[in-house]
Write a protein that binds this ligand. Structure first.
Ligand SMILES: [Zn+2]
Length: 256
């Protein structure tokens, strides 16, 4: 015996249909049970499956595209610079998007980017009095000197730690370690007084420029090193000093 569900009768009405049509009284309970258990069921047509991961990736791509299209000229320059750094350096690939700006601003590892700051340039209103190519009685200068009047405020360019330099030639000096890029060390020399020490936020004033230590007059000496932390926790410099970028120097120097 076969049962066919008539058009327009849904599952809930199936028992009622059997009763109304008289089947329920004519057939043995076991057959009825079998008929009820084999009642047809409605099934929605299956929708194509969508992988949410790909939707997220596509959405992120669209967002990046939008950000790129709406970027100001300065940001476009940074994007280009960052691409250049990535293509020329094997060891800087771990920064997250949030830290990209900081990395661009001061990491300058590529050989062709070593001359970005020159003697005579003006940075934040201060003149570069010597560059990476300067020569001293102790050898190559390998740092940027900025002609800063005594007391010029020195600020943290980004969040990070500052520690005092213990070096007579430097006078009062400071090491800055930026949180975003712990593998680099920024050295400031000839400060007016011993620098503050500890953790600081971007923009906080941590020192005043001066003329302490070896030097011919008031200026701020800025040197940038790539570093390694050894197994016993010591800071070890790697290679030669790098050229601090104009952006980094600008962020360090803000006059009153
Ligand atoms: Zn110097």
């Amino acid at each position: 015996m076969t049962y066919r569900e008539p058009d327009g009768v849904d599952e809930q009405d199936w028992d009622a249909y059997l009763k109304v049509s008289g089947y329920i009284n004519q057939i043995p309970p076991t057959v009825l049970q079998s008929a009820q258990s084999s009642r047809p069921t409605f099934q929605l047509p299956s929708l194509p499956k969508v992988d949410l991961g790909w939707v997220a990736i596509a959405g992120f791509g669209v967002l990046l595209g939008y950000m790129y299209m709406t970027a100001t000229p300065t940001e476009e320059t940074n994007v280009t610079l960052w691409d250049k750094i990535l293509s020329t350096s094997k060891n800087i690939v771990t920064f997250s998007a949030n830290h990209t700006e900081a990395a661009i601003d001061f990491i300058n590892p590529a050989a062709e980017m070593q001359d970005t700051v020159r003697k005579g340039d003006s940075i934040a209103g201060f003149v570069v009095t010597d560059d990476m190519n300067g020569v001293r009685d102790y050898g190559k200068h390998a740092a940027i000197d900025l002609g800063t009047p005594e007391g010029t405020s020195i600020r943290m360019p980004y969040d990070g730690t500052i520690k005092p330099v213990e070096d007579d030639n430097c006078g009062y000096g400071a090491y800055i370690y930026l949180k975003q890029a712990p593998n680099y060390q920024i050295v400031l020399c000839h400060l007016l007084t011993p620098p503050l020490e500890g953790e600081f936020k971007a923009q906080e004033i941590v020192a005043r420029s001066g003329a302490t230590g070896r030097g011919s007059g008031p200026h701020l000496h800025v040197q940038l090193w790539k570093i390694e932390i050894t197994a016993d926790g010591q800071v070890k410099r790697v290679g030669k000093p790098l050229t601090p970028s104009k952006d980094l120097l600008t962020r360090l120097l803000r006059s009153f």
